[in-house]
Design a protein around this ligand. Sequence first.
Ligand SMILES: *Cc1c(COP(=O)(O)O)cnc(C)c1O
Length: 231
Amino acid sequence: MVATEMSERIQGILDRISEAARRSGRDARDVTLLAVSKTKPLETVIEAARTGLVSHFGENHVQEGQAKVPGFPADLPACWHLIGHLQRNKARKAVQFFDVIESIDSEEIASVLERICAESGRKLEVLIEANSSGEASKTGTPWDDVPRLADHVRANCPHLVLQGLMTIGPLGGDEKAVRGAFAATRELRDRLRVAPGDLPRLSMGMSGDFEWAIEEGSTQVRVGTAIFGHR
Ligand SMILES: *Cc1c(COP(=O)(O)O)cnc(C)c1O
């Protein structure tokens, strides 16, 4: 394979993921790189996929998934994750175009997705987005409501496969605050487990903080800017 600028940038991120995993005594294979392709054209996403280094892609908006996913070459492996807030009137399209929905933030949206998936007998992987930074952030499930939402999904949504938690670290980059939010999210996940190995996924870490996230237990980092450049 020819080393393109794209493959070098992605390899650079993978190397930093490996280093962070090693520092924390973890296996780099336990950490997935999700390339956040929002606002970037489909050709750029295809170029990233063709490096063979990344096969998970994240979008914030259902419409962008709708615009990109159908045009993606069928011979390239790709798993599409919705990482932005989902409105109920977009739920049907979200189920159509995405493989994983990481931004479950209410019983209402979980129930809407359940109803849509039940129609076709489809199973959908989901993560609950937890608001780990309090007032400073408006996205995600309020922290204290996460256990009740997890119970709701488990009890009432048999077509939703609850895989774990997603969170966005507090913006601003204060290391102690960011690490604290990631560690708290990991501990919350641990408390929500009903069996060993349950809720295997912790989606934490973006371009500016993914190494801290891995050291605090992340199993999936969502990296946009560091791969695709500024938006
Ligand atoms: C945009 C976005 C990312 C990627 O952020 P970068 O700083 O560009 O790496 C990750 N997660 C979510 C939820 C986002 O909205």
